[in-house]
Design a protein around this ligand. Structure first.
Ligand code: GDP
Length: 139
């Protein structure tokens, strides 16, 4: 059975460029509803904790530096088939490979500064949402 929640972040490049409103509009128009949302600035340590699964990858240190370089917006979203539908809406990790009309194609600057995060499984959506929000903060 597929879940109905996913977790996203508007990453520092997209927030700094003033694209948060346009991105949230696309997300809502695609049928997702916002269950929790906050503006956060991660420390490098916190970013490292969030991306701990990527610890062995060569870009891990750069990723932590980038994700703590400015404000982000953390959001829990709800929709039927949320994880898969959201990954489709954002497009491939590398914007050069992202499909036309996807959020990353429209707003990402590079494979690292790629505008948005999207959970890759129901299990990770729950873990990532709880990284930023307590039960009381979720609608
Ligand atoms: P995602 O699920 O599409 O976000 O991609 P991954 O889980 O593979 O990677 C997590 C994040 O690490 C990506 O969204 C990028 O911000 C960053 N990233 C992925 N691949 C690379 C890379 O080859 N180089 C750099 N610098 N960053 C990367």
């Amino acid at each position: 059975m597929t879940g109905n929640k996913t977790f996203t972040m508007i990453k520092p490049d997209a927030f700094a460029a003033g694209n948060s409103g346009a991105i949230i509009k696309m997300i809502e128009e695609a049928g997702f509803s916002i269950k929790a949302m906050k503006l956060v600035k991660l420390s490098a340590e916190k970013a490292g904790g969030f991306y701990a699964v990527h610890k062995e990858r060569p870009f891990y240190n750069d990723l932590c530096k980038y994700m703590s370089s400015g404000a982000i917006i953390a959001i829990i979203l709800e929709k039927e088939n949320a994880v898969a539908d959201f990954r489709k809406l954002i497009g491939a990790t590398n914007p050069a490979e992202a499909a036309e009309g996807t959020i990353r194609k429209l707003f990402a600057k590079s494979i690292e500064a790629n505008a948005v995060h999207g959970s890759d499984s129901d299990e990770n959506a729950a873990i990532e949402g709880s990284f930023f929000f307590s039960e009381l903060e979720k609608f």
